[in-house]
Ligand binder design. Sequence first.
Ligand code: FES
Ligand code: FES
Length: 241
Amino acid sequence: MSNNDDRLNNASQQGLRAQVAATPVGAVALASQVKETQDKQSVKVEVGEITVDLNINGENYALMLEPRVTLLDALRERLQLTGSKKGCDHGQCGACTVIIDGQRVYSCLSLAVMQEGKEITTIEGLTQGDDLHPMQLAFIENDGFQCGYCTPGQICAAVALIDEVKQGCASVVTENLTENLVDNLNGLPQLANLSELEIRERMSGNLCRCSAYNGIVAAIQQIAGQIPPEPAALVMVQGQA
Ligand code: FES
Ligand code: FES
C-alpha cells in the first residue's frame, strides 16, 4: 500500500478520493481507446476539419477538428477527459482550468488548434497511477470542496499557482515587488510567506458555488509549507467543549 493510500485511509475519506481525483480511470481508458482507434483506423473527416496534434498528459493525439473547436470541447467531447468541467463556457468561472506549458489556462477560451506543440496537463494527468497529486490530497485533508464541480479547475489552478510563486511572479496585492524579485533572483521561493490575501487574489479566477474557499486556501497553505488552520467544523466543536 502506498503512502498516499495510508493517508487517505487514516482520514476515512476514500469516497472523497474518487471525487477530488475527478479522474476518471474509465475516462482515461476511454481516451486511450480513442487514440488507438485513431491510430489504427481511418477516421471519417467532416468538411472543415483539420488534423490537430495535441500532447495531453504525456500522450500524443491526432484529432480531426474544426479550427473553431475549443480545447475544453476537444478534451471532453473527443477524448472523454471529462475531469475539466464546463461551468460558464465564457471565461468567468475557472471550472475548465488546465495547465499548458506550466501556466493555467481557461480551456473554454482556448482553441485546441492553438495548443499544438505544447504540453497540456489536465486533472487526470496530475494523478500518478493510484497516487493522487499532493495538491489533491491537500484538498481532501482541508475540506477544499463540497459538490466537487469546480474542484478539478481549482486544483489545476492551485498547482500552477505554486509554480508561479516559485518563479517570482507577483500578483496585484504583492506589497513589495522589489523584495520578492531580489529574493527570487537568489533562488529563494516566497511560499512560506505567501499571505492568505495573496492566495485568495491569485485564486480569484476560480469560483466555487459551494463557497469552499476557506478549505481551498488551507489546502494551498499546506502545500506552500505553512500550517493551515483547523477545519471550521472542528473549531466549532472544540469551542463548545
Ligand atoms: S467554463 Fe471556462 S471559465 Fe467557466
Ligand atoms: S465545491 Fe461545489 S462549486 Fe466548488
